[in-house]
Write a protein that binds this ligand. Sequence first.
Ligand code: WTA
Length: 659
Amino acid sequence: MTQQPADDAIATLLKEERRFEPPVSFAEQAHVSLREEYDKLYRESLDAPEAFWKREAQELVFRKPWRTTLAWQPPHAQWFVGAELNVTESCLDRHLRGPRKNKAALVWESEPGETRTWTYAQLHRETVRLTRALAKLGVQKGDRVAIYMGMVPEAVVAMLATARLGAVHTVVFGGFAPDALRDRIHDCQAKVLITQDGAYRRGTVVPLKDMVDRALAQHEARSVENVVVFRRIGPDGCRIAMQPGRDHEWDALMSEADRLPGGGAVAVDAEHPLFILYTSGSTGRPKGVLHTSAGYLVGVHVTSKYVFDLRDEDVYWCTADIGWVTGHSYIVYGPLSNGATCLLYEGAPNFPDWGRFWRVVEKHGVTILYTAPTAIRAFMRQGSDWPQKSDLSSLRLLGTVGEPINPEAWVWYHHFVGGDRCPIVDTWWQTETGSIMLTTLPGAAFAKPGATGLPFFGVEVAVVDDQGADVAPGSGGKLVVRRPWPAMLRTVWGDDARYREQYWSTIPGAYFTGDGARRDADGYHWVVGRIDDVLNVAGHRLGTAEIESALVSHPAVAEAAAVGRADELKGQALVVFVTIKGNHHPSAELAETLAQHVGEQLGKFARPDQIRFAEALPKTRSGKIMRRLLKDVAAGRETSGDLSTLEDFGVIASLRADE
Ligand code: WTA
């Protein structure tokens, strides 16, 4: 647990609502060093977007320039209309023409502790080789390639090679179960799957290839014609079965590729799809969020540069997994398009102990660290001794993402990790937004612990009531975006009606984020979290509908309802209420079986924290489960509000009796 001195230090720092001004030495060298400068650029980005984006995108490589900055036919945007490009030329080729050629692009720290460094020239070479190999396997522009890997440089190569061909990647987080992988493959009809034999996680091997075999054995996944297998572990630590004709060794394909022509970047239209990333929504199956080429690249490039204040001498470490959007935007496309040195860490933050993160910072001289509040809270719980054992003086900037950060954790991070000298950027954004939307620019604006801050360039957000009217400063409301931005999602893959419905139908004329927020008198945004049926457990997005359908697929379950409960460590914990079929009986064993079942269906990270049995679920007359009520029960609070629509009042009593 946290020691007393740490508690005291934090208590003192929290006494008043503190403003943390950027340190002068930081601001002096920052890309944007004054609030007035931010204000001016922000105004320009809204009033003269043509001039703004033209200037800000000038470092990027376009084969053909755009004619029109934005074509907006709500709710469909086209950015940089008429341009042609291949995003990998901005991320790789452009750096080969100058001093960055031999600069480290990726520094990889494996979980067992080895280091591998790939320069931009090497990353380019490996990408070209895999591009040729994928072409040989028949991958063409527009085809979908699924990537199911751990945190290895080869995963980055897989993404870049796919993009280089103008094909579309869908990365599936390595923690997802075979059925979840199957569903994603099926939805996008992936033709090729790139994976590895196994991945290290907390000292054990996660058998990724076995899971692939289980997913592909099901007929829904029959679109996959070829599987590329990278040997991360090798036959001594991870035995796998290779299916002749379908499965190919990464190394053999790469050697063969050396004798093949090609590997050049295929120029595509600005709006050509770059990737599909599945994410949880409030209803039904996960949605395939579609991002396209030019707008996404410009969005992540410009945010990386300004929010992380990237400069050539930085060693930048984003601790997200490549399977989530943060990995896509802020490990791969944003930092590489800026020519940054990115650290990639393979394993768990606390392996072999809670000092690992800090030893990685010291060993590699990390200057920028971008991580999640859940991780910070977990470290905080283990006490400030751990970060103090390592020399963290290389750090100059810290960031957080994924969920609201409580001021205590913010102040702990600032003091014990940042040594009171590093600004913290609290970045709010989503899979759908593609790039950071709200934050403070680290050299230009003070930070307030718990507030994400101000809109990024080109972003017009508002906090509104149900009719779409602005609420007064300080009042809560729905967080919406009022104009299109370059990296916004373009649609839901294969389901444009769902795109319209989910994002553009709640508030007239605006994109609804699903989050609740308030804006204070300084114009700073405080995001309180999801107000739809999406949960955020330890920074992972989980749809209540997905959890519920995983549960009802178990023969003992009749009905299920998933809700969130505030949790000190994970932000939200997952609580499910289930009614069971007649011939089953509630028991601790059944609860464990059901939790395990969800883990097998979706992935271990989605296992419920608590399973509660109920005789019946409370419903409205129209048959809708009353989640608000269940949330209250889960939190142990009194029920609130109007219950007159309840079908059966007795049900509340029986739920409560179960407490
Ligand atoms: C939440 C992750 C508060 C929010 C990049 C959002 C945050 C959801 C923050 C998106 C933040 C993300 N403060 N809440 N700084 N960042 N969120 O799609 O609820 O995995 O809607 O994207 O995470 O999660 P997603």
